[in-house]
Design a protein around this ligand. Sequence first.
Ligand code: KG4
Length: 334
Amino acid sequence: MLILSVESSCDETAVAVVENGRKVLADEIFSQVALHEIYGGVVPEIAARSHLEVITLLADRALKTAGVARRDIDAVACTYAPGLIGAVLVGVNFAKSAALALGVPLIPVHHIRGHIAANYLAYPELEPPFLCLAISGGNTMLVDVRDYTDMAILGQTRDDAAGECFDKSARVLGLGYPGGKPIDDLSKQGDDHAYELPRPYVNDGNPYDMSFSGLKTAVVNLAHHAEQTGEPLDKAGLAASLCRAVSESLVGRTMTAAAELGYGHIAVAGGVAANSRIRHDFEAACQKAGKTLYVPPLRLCGDNAAMIGAQGYYEFLAGHVADSSLNAYATMPL
Ligand code: KG4
């Protein structure tokens, strides 16, 4: 089954062609970073307008790269939630029109389910059930993936996402947007014990819930203090200490959940899964605990449409298709 898939929830416009949920025939991505970086973050209206400009071109290119004709497409899948609403609307509307024009089913896909499914593209042998930590710019959640379309959130951030913590910290350190990669790069030159940053703790209920706003505020306060007093700031040491703090809070909870639920297979997904400290710490922890780790290659960690085509296939098999009244949503339970 060939699925034409669309992703437009934030600042990447993407269109892919995916076969049977596992094989990527084309994966076109247009990154809008250059449009937003002068503002230090994504400007929703600029994002939506940019999606509108390039989405048709990308679809055309994806079909050419895949070497398939329009009549070969069996279904169209799209991210319909969650995301910046104006941005998601563009992808949903394009997908609806494409499905109508091609006379094929329309498959709505939850963006975070898509991130989790990026692992199916990277690891043909991976099948549910498994535990997945989904860490991106807008979401941070520990998910019990019971089946391809049956998932439960075990814990999630109470405030900022891990990616938000990296992005805001990078901004205050003058490292640009998006900030995860520059912090990751700089951290490699720093001492990860240079600063004792708070470990986000939530101890009023769910042990798998997380919090990152306190950590972000600690970095912001250190940067402001250095600015006001003229004391030197060890930016590389701060970046390394931040990566350590984020990683420890994510890896520890995930490993505890895997032990308690008896999972031997652990997956990580989302843009923040590109972080080298987090990848390294998960590898070490899984090796020590005798668990198998699945982390997508960097290209599949960030937003892309191939992951939407992968999840779309399993949503289709489960009968989750939409009619022409499909709408877009800024928020949506998993
Ligand atoms: O999954 P994604 O592309 O978009 C969302 O669905 O949100 O994730 C983007 C996030 C941004 O916060 C970005 O700073 C972060 O992923 N990111 C990283 C790294 N590369 C991207 N965070 C930490 N280390 C990285 N190497």
